[in-house]
Design a protein around this ligand. Structure first.
Ligand code: GDP
Ligand code: IMO
Ligand code: MG
Length: 418
């Protein structure tokens, strides 16, 4: 039992990257198991900020192996530009990164399709990051997707053309002129050129059947940390469907996305923001649209790490949290961004008191006193304001689960053990 898991329990952006980075020193291997460049995981140390999209957040510890598992979808362009940024900071990852042969590729056409499908949905659009995630996973499930291992075959271009033409025919049928759709300010053809250059660069990295590597590591008693992307409420099965992402962000995704057994899973750390945010559309029962939400947005710098979009803000939702804890078998919680609440006179938590309409539950708010003190420099749990300790034990009692760590700022050192 030596795989521990870090999962976001809300709508993503809970602070997973920061915790994976901090925990990495205690593990041998750090793995991403699902999602793709829709993720944006922020890590801050030595006054420098890094945002990772595809690469596991253990990459800053150069003695650790980082694995991109079979459940991940990879956009070569984003992936290589992420690597280039790391290289510019003198972080070389060639020797400690392994990518699964069976991870799927996001093609330029997937990015166009994402845009077209979102447009078609009109006011029912998901608010996708438009990184091609949905269309790439659709092709995987439809059994016509391209696994990364194919890039090593001589006839890879034929596979590429076949899948691209399949979608071009459909877009043509819809009357979409793809030459009018830009991808990151580039035309389809320009982006395609960049994409093939990136494919060549990926060949310099280690591509292998990562499940075997993990099985061997487990036999040798090595410690593995699995890093979730997104959050449980964006899960394709358990999230607020259809306003979700296209992968299993919950615990099952760890087994399918890495090729390991549930018997190997030990601790499941649930990462929880001390309030809620959501970027993109869909239900948000405890959402606020007032001075408090503006305060949370400003103090919490709640703007997407991937798209820069403003995140919607609201109170902590205990009922959704309880469900996420049960689905994932969470063993302990890590409470993030409590410093963002420092200025508030009172803090609320929501509970669903009527779920007869599962899409629109009736929410009751419980109000607790705020602490109105700066927590960002506090190093010991005992020194936290009493009102904050009260907020923490209130959540623990309601959910019947321990909160073992509290984060009081974005940097590596702003973390307290309880
Ligand atoms: P992830 O996707 O779960 O890794 O989270 P993101 O990186 O997208 O968003 C979390 C944001 O909050 C980032 O800007 C972090 O630097 C920041 N952050 C993490 N922990 C804390 C904290 O305890 N306090 C504050 N104020 N910011 C934090
Ligand atoms: P991390 O790992 C927050 C949201 C999008 C949209 C929906 C579907 O940083 O927590 P997609 O691009 O998958 O088609 O978008 O999911 N979303 C995220 N929200 N954090 C993320 O990742 C997200 N990844 C996707 O905003 O509502
Ligand atoms: Mg994020």
């Amino acid at each position: 039992m030596s795989v521990d898991v870090i999962l976001g329990l809300q709508w993503g952006d809970e602070g997973k990257g920061k915790i994976v980075d901090i925990f990495s020193s205690d593990y041998d291997i750090i793995c991403r198991f699902q999602g793709g460049p829709n993720a944006g995981h922020t890590i801050i140390f030595d006054n420098k900020k890094y945002i990772l999209h595809t690469i596991p957040s253990g990459i800053f510890h150069n003695d650790k192996l980082n694995i991109i598992g079979n459940g991940v979808v990879i956009d070569p362009v984003t992936f290589i530009s992420e690597i280039n940024e790391l290289n510019n900071s003198n972080i070389n990852i060639k020797n400690n990164l392994l990518i699964s042969t069976s991870a799927h590729l996001i093609l330029p056409i997937h990015r166009i399709l994402d845009f077209v499908y979102e447009n078609q949905k009109g006011d029912k659009s998901i608010g996708s990051t438009l990184r091609g995630i949905g269309p790439a996973y659709t092709d995987k499930i439809a059994r016509r997707g391209l696994q990364l291992g194919l890039i090593l075959k001589k006839d890879f271009n034929e596979y590429y053309k076949e899948l691209t033409n399949f979608h071009l025919d459909y877009l043509n049928y819809l009357g979409v002129d793809i030459h009018k759709v830009k991808i990151e300010n580039l035309t389809f053809k320009e982006y395609e050129t960049k994409w093939f250059e990136a494919i060549e660069s990926i060949k310099e990295y280690k591509i292998s059947r990562t499940e075997y590597v993990l099985h061997e590591a487990l036999k040798e008693g090595k410690k593995i940390l699995a890093e979730g992307a997104q959050g449980s409420l964006l899960d394709i099965d358990h999230g607020s469907y259809p306003y979700v992402t296209s992968s299993n962000t919950t615990i099952g995704g760890v087994c399918t996305g890495l090729g390991i057994s549930h018997n190997n899973i030990n601790k499941v750390f649930g990462i929880v923001k001390s309030y809620c945010t959501r970027v993109g559309n869909g239900p948000f029962p405890t959402e606020l649209n007032d001075d408090v939400s503006r305060e949370l947005q400003t103090r919490g710098n709640e703007f997407g790490s991937t798209t820069g979009r403003a995140r919607r803000c609201g109170w902590l939702d205990l009922s959704l949290l309880k469900r996420a804890i049960d689905i994932n078998g969470v063993t302990e919680l890590i409470l993030m961004k409590v410093d963002v609440l420092d200025s508030l006179e009172y803090i609320c938590v929501g509970e669903h008191i009527d779920n007869s309409d599962p899409y629109h539950p009736l929410v009751e708010l419980i109000s607790l006193p705020g602490w109105q003190k700066d927590t960002t420099k506090i190093k010991n749990y005992n020194d936290l304001p009493d009102e904050l300790k009260n907020y923490i034990s209130f959540i623990e009692n309601k959910l019947n689960i321990p909160i073992t760590m509290i984060s009081v700022g974005p940097s590596r050192e702003q973390i307290l053990k309880k």
